[in-house]
Every structure is written in C-alpha cells, then in structure tokens.
Ligand binder design. Structure first.
Ligand code: THU
Length: 132
C-alpha cells in the first residue's frame, strides 16, 4: 500500500540539488486527499538557506492547499538509514494528521524501517501548547 510512497521518495532523490554536501535526499508525503507530493534537498551557497527534502515535499502539498499529512517516506544517500532532521520532524508534526502517522525510513524499495512520528518526536511542541 505504501510502495508508491516509497518509490516516489526514491525517484525524487535523483533531483537533489546538493553541490556542497553531495548528499542526495528524497522524500514523499501522502496528504489527506490521497495525493503524494515528493521533494528533494535544495542547497545554497549560504548553507543555512538549504531546504531539506522532507520540507520541500511538505511545502509543495501545503502550498496547494493541503493541510494533513497521512504518511511520509525519506531516503538518504548512504548504505544506512537516514532519519529526518530535527527541523523536519517539527515541520512534519505541524501538519501530521495524528502523532501516530507512519514514517518510512528507506534504504531501498525492499529495505525500510516503518516507524511513527510519535516515536521519532516524543513530547512534541505543537499548537496546543500555545493555548494559555
Ligand atoms: N537533509 C535532508 O534533506 N533531510 C534531512 O532530514 C537531513 C538532511 C539534507 C540537507 C543537506 O542538503 C544534506 O542533507 C546534508 O545535510
């Protein structure tokens, strides 16, 4: 069921713009309308302006009017598993349909870890914490 999501993350990685790190990342996000938006990391000579693959994919969907993430897949560029960075975990949390959405940490189409947002970002700070 999530094979397409994983495949789209793998394909998106090929578009990575990463002349500084040479570390390609791809991500794909399943939104509430069951469409998948994918993205890659986009680096910048001013390193802090770099955008991670997960946020590229999320922002594509959000900018189309979507608001709820149902699942996300990410793949890095080593023989190991690449987990989302802290900033991306926070951005996933902002739009996650629930804390137990599935997160796929992908090595290849046949080798991935299935985890949840709650597991990789416990005790998260969300909009509910802003209520006085
Ligand atoms: N990167 C991502 O795209 N996602 C992550 O979750 C971790 C890091 C990118 C940013 C940068 O282009 C490269 O990987 C090295 O940090």
């Amino acid at each position: 069921m999530y094979n397409k999501l994983i495949k789209e993350a793998i394909d998106a990685r090929e578009k990575a713009y990463c002349p500084y790190s040479n570390f390609k990342v791809g991500a794909a996000v399943l939104f509430e309308d069951n469409n998948i938006y994918s993205g890659c990391n986009i680096e910048n000579a001013s390193f802090g302006a770099t955008n991670c693959a997960e946020r590229t994919a999320i922002f594509k969907g959000v900018s189309k009017g979507l608001r709820k993430i149902k699942a996300l897949a990410v793949i890095g560029d080593t023989d190991d598993y690449t987990y989302p960075c802290g900033i991306c975990r926070q951005v996933i949390s902002e739009f996650a349909e629930s804390q137990d959405i599935k997160i796929f940490i992908v090595k290849n189409e046949n080798d991935y870890i299935e985890t949840t947002l709650e597991k990789i970002l416990p005790g998260s700070f969300t909009k509910k914490d802003l209520v006085k």
